[in-house]
Design a protein around this ligand. Sequence first.
Ligand code: 13P
Length: 252
Amino acid sequence: MRKKIVAGNWKMNLNYDEAVALYNDLKNGVELMDQEIKVIIAPSAIYLSEFSQSKNSRIALAAQNCNENKNGAYTGEISPSMLAALGIQYCLVGHSERRAYFKESNELLKLKIDALLANSVAPIYCFGEVLAEREAGNHFNLVKDQISKALFHLDEEEILKVIFAYEPVWAIGTGVTANPDQAEEMHGFVRELLAEKYDQSIADEISILYGGSCKPSNAKELFANSDVDGGLIGGAALKAETFIPVINGFRE
Ligand code: 13P
C-alpha cells in the first residue's frame, strides 16, 4: 500500500516568531492524528536546523530546494549532504516557481534528484502544465517530458524513493483548483507512465500528490480519487486552522 501524504510548502513566508508558532500548533494538532497519514512541512531553509531538533514530532521536514553540487564555491546554496546531516528527509525539486523564476530545466533537476538520492534525501518531484499548454491539449506530453527527462534514468530502487507531485501551474495560488476528474486523469496518466517504464507493482507503490489551491473545502473530494495519494499545499499550509482540516480530508 502506498503512503498517504500531506505536505505543506511554506514558500518564502513566515518570519521566525510566526514560523515557530505555526510549527508548535501543527505539532500539537498532528500528534493525535491517524498515523497512516504522513505529514511533511517545507519551511524556509533557515528554520530547518531548529525544527530538526524537535523531539517526538510526527511532522517530517523537507527543504524547498537544494544545489546539485557536493560542496564548493556556490554562494548562497545548500547541498543535499547538509540537509542529510540535519536529518532532513525530503526536498522539493522542480517546483513551478523555481522552473519559472530561476529557470530550472529538467536537465538541472535530474542532477538535483541524483544528488539528493546519493545522500538518502527523498525528492518530492513537482511537475505540471501552464494554462496555455492545457488549452493547446499538450499537457500530457509536457508532463511526460518533465518526468522522463528528470527521473527515467533511475533504477527501480531509486524511483521508489521519489514522491511525485502534480501541480498544474494554473491552479497554484489562483484559487482555481483542478477538479477531481482532472486531477485523477493526470495522476492515472502518470501511474501508467511509471507502469510502462518500470512495472505495475512499482507504479502502484509510488505516491502521487496533487497541489494547486487545495484547501479544506476541496481536499476530501480530491483525496477520494484512487490515484490521488495526498496533497502539496501552499496557502492553506500557512495556518494550522486550514492545514489540519486538509489533512483530515482523508477521513470519512
Ligand atoms: P497553493 O496551495 O497556494 O495553490 O500552492 C500550491 C503549491 O505551489 C504547493 O507547492
